[in-house]
Design a protein around this ligand. Structure first.
Ligand code: SF4
Ligand code: SF4
Length: 305
């Protein structure tokens, strides 16, 4: 039997129950912190930093000043419109404890695999009855690879189905260790053209595309394409994506994830501006045309999660 280190700690920022979109059956989603990409359309910007992140809601602040005196790292000042200097913050949580109105909230906390599995066991009956399981999301789960690996092993020890949402960006050795424990990979491919990928995610897609093939050789994989007007919603880019997916092993389904703006309000809470402005949603016709293209290329096509 595989040794599992239940003491391994990771930073998790949310656990969502009763999801029916991210794998088979009814699922519980564990959201890990940290991502090597900075996608301009990211709907979880609070997940990008691997450390716990202080959210500041200016509308709830009554300017009492109680937070200002407790920061030992000089990260809080009234001269800073976003209140928190993200570069100086050490995620100690003292300001969150001092705030009487809930204007400051910590997103993310350290949790050991053993404690997390105890939490997930509350859903074990639902998993069994619905054919569901645990989906690990983020951020990019591969950023906290040791925690991820122990968590996946622990889920399999319980007999649970495991799914993982991923960008596929990690060292080869990490890919080889992690994915044998994943029953279903939900792999994002954002662009094939290197310049489009780099300009909109901040990183090259060379390793991602290499890894996508390696991942599909290890675990059943579905490809998902966050589809952003003006970025990757063109016929040529979609053709290139389909062509790449054909080089992967056994992928028969591509999900089109139409652009949405659900995460826009979160940017203000972490002192950032939303990088995309005036991007219209995809029209029904545009979605229908991309779906037809995907199907004509020989794939099943699903709209959404
Ligand atoms: S979390 Fe700690 S370090 Fe960060 S701003 Fe608050 S008190 Fe300062
Ligand atoms: S403690 Fe809370 S309410 Fe008071 S100034 Fe700081 S953020 Fe605003």
């Amino acid at each position: 039997m595989e040794y599992i280190d239940y003491r391994t700690e990771g930073i998790v920022f949310d656990i969502q129950r009763f999801s029916i979109h991210d794998g088979p059956g009814i699922r519980t989603i564990v959201f890990q912190k940290g991502c090597p990409l900075l996608c301009k359309w990211c709907c979880n910007p609070e997940s990008q930093d691997v450390r716990p992140t202080v959210l500041f809601n200016a509308d709830s602040c009554v300017h009492c000043g109680k937070c200002l005196g407790v920061c030992k790292f000089g990260a809080l000042s009234t001269g800073n419109t976003a209140l928190v200097d993200r570069g100086a913050c050490r995620s100690c949580g003292e300001c969150v404890n001092a705030c009487p109105t809930g204007a400051l909230v910590m997103k993310g906390k350290a949790i050991a695999v053993g404690e997390l599995v105890r939490e997930l066991k509350k859903d074990a009956i639902t998993f069994r009855r619905s054919g569901g399981g645990v989906t690990i999301s983020g951020g990019e789960p591969l950023v906290q690879a040791e925690f991820l690996l122990e968590l996946l092993k622990a889920c399999k020890e319980q007999g649970w189905h495991t799914a993982m949402e991923t960008t596929g960006l990690a060292r080869e050795s990490v890919i080889e260790r992690v994915f044998p424990w994943v029953d279903l990979v939900l792999l994002d491919i954002k662009a094939i053209a290197p310049d489009i990928h780099k300009a909109n995610t901040g990183v090259s897609n060379e390793i991602i595309l290499e890894n996508s093939i390696a991942i599909s050789n290890i675990a059943p994989t579905v490809v998902r394409v966050p589809t952003i007007p003006g970025v990757n919603s063109t016929i040529s880019e979609y053709r290139a994506i389909c062509s790449h997916v054909k080089s992967m092993n056994g992928v028969d389904t591509i999900h089109i994830l139409p652009y949405h703006t659900y995460g826009v309000n979160k940017y203000g809470l972490i002192g950032k501006e939303y990088p995309l402005t005036e991007v219209p949603p995809l029209t029904k016709d545009e979605i229908a045309n991309l779906k037809k293209l995907v199907e004509d290329e020989g794939f099943k096509c699903v709209i959404g999660g």
